[in-house]
Design a protein around this ligand. Structure first.
Ligand code: GN1
Ligand code: MG
Length: 367
């Protein structure tokens, strides 16, 4: 997209100062993100995003969710007399139509304030993971009493039964003629399908609640300050009611993977138990609302997310790459292989994870 067009879009929002530069930012697979730098040194900088409207079909609901979530978190931080609140919760600007988004006849756009002196990471050490665990536990705790009912910005987003149904449909249609080459993965996924749909079953039986979750706790969706402390959680598009497994599981899937999400060298991919332990400690310390059933199932959550992501990447590969941004034709297949290798490594660590959770329970680390 041309600089002038982007600048015009920015012009529909009340920013401080004059635009100097607009450059691509981040590594998200769904939305397009840009950093808007202003000329004046004492003015704020901004983040401009084009919302992927094919995926987030109800942008009005999406932004209402985000406004409710950020307002609630801000209020909680103010009540606690926290310092530096503007770096601890996102702030979205209103456009000239009074909404926190702008439609230019083609796409939906939004602008938030760029948080200064903050960093995101693709890889974290155990110490940072501990802080991240506290931050996500805290995030869920702060949102536990949000006074509005949040909408499902993507219906059935982390519903494993639904994701398997989508995979099976993709296989039946075989739009890109790729099914024959990936039979091995389909069979491996089917072997585990029943076990992996446990959350949906527990929910139906009334044993597992839905709580407000972030639902995209990739390690790179968190901003850290100069000392490695978490400032805030970003990428709020998928904040919606779900099982807490989502936030625990997706962080493990990304942070405890010793390789990259699209590593071509599968030798590098594996599950790092030190990251698991550190994150779990931090999370359990803050997520004091968890039920024993939720806690006991955290190892299941660690397996569920690489499993679900294998299903999602594979389905997209079979469909001919219509959902995730790709950089080369086999990209979704490479991602599928990584997630599956990670899942196998999680499975090898299952009993160790369970022991660790019991240890935490026995040592009273859990309320
Ligand atoms: C997408 O937008 P991003 O890159 O943070 C996806 C997640 C996947 C992830 C895989 C709305 O997240 O669910 O886990 O890619 N978001 C959506 O990397 O589908
Ligand atoms: Mg992201």
């Amino acid at each position: 997209m041309m600089y002038e067009e982007l600048k015009q879009i920015v012009g529909h929002f009340q920013i401080e100062g004059e635009v100097d530069e607009i450059k691509p930012l981040g590594a998200g697979l769904i939305n397009d993100t840009f950093k808007v730098t202003t000329k004046e040194e004492n003015c704020l900088n901004y983040v401009l995003q084009r919302i992927n409207h094919a995926i987030f079909q109800n942008v009005d609901m999406l932004q209402k969710n985000i406004e409710a979530v950020t307002a609630h978190i801000r209020k909680k931080l103010e009540e606690k007399n926290e310092e530096d609140i503007d770096r601890k919760v996102l702030h979205f600007l209103k456009s000239d139509n009074g909404k926190t988004y702008y439609f230019n006849g083609e796409s939906y756009w939004r602008i938030m304030v760029f948080i200064p002196c903050a960093k995101t990471y693709e890889i974290v050490n155990p110490e940072f993971s501990f802080y991240a665990g506290q931050a996500f536990g805290n995030f869920q705790a702060m949102l536990a009493d949000i006074p509005v009912q949040l909408g499902d910005t993507i219906p059935n987003f982390h519903n494993m039964e639904f994701r398997l149904k989508q995979l099976r449909e993709a296989v039946a249609e075989d739009k890109a003629g790729r099914v024959d080459s990936i039979r091995y993965y389909i069979d491996e996924l089917e072997k585990r399908a029943d076990e992996m749909c446990q959350a949906e079953r527990l929910h139906r039986e009334g044993k597992l609640p839905k709580r407000v979750c972030h639902c995209d706790t990739k390690v790179n969706n968190m901003m850290f300050d100069e000392d490695g402390k978490v400032l805030c959680v970003i990428d709020l598009d998928t904040v919606m009611p779900n099982y807490i497994f989502s936030d625990f599981g997706d962080f493990m899937r990304t942070a405890a993977n010793t390789g990259l999400e699209d590593d071509k060298d599968l030798e590098k991919v594996g599950f790092n138990m030190e990251i698991f332990k550190a994150f779990t400690k931090g999370y359990l310390e803050k997520a004091t609302f968890l039920t024993p059933l939720e806690i006991e199932n955290l190892p299941y959550a660690a397996a569920l997310f690489p499993y679900m992501q294998t299903v999602r990447f594979l389905a997209d590969y079979i469909n001919g790459d219509t959902y995730y941004k790709i950089q080369y034709p086999e990209h979704n297949l490479v991602r599928t292989k990584v997630q599956f290798k990670l899942l196998q490594s999680v499975e090898e660590n299952m009993s160790q994870m369970t022991d660790f959770i019991h240890e935490c329970l026995n040592r009273g680390l859990v309320n």
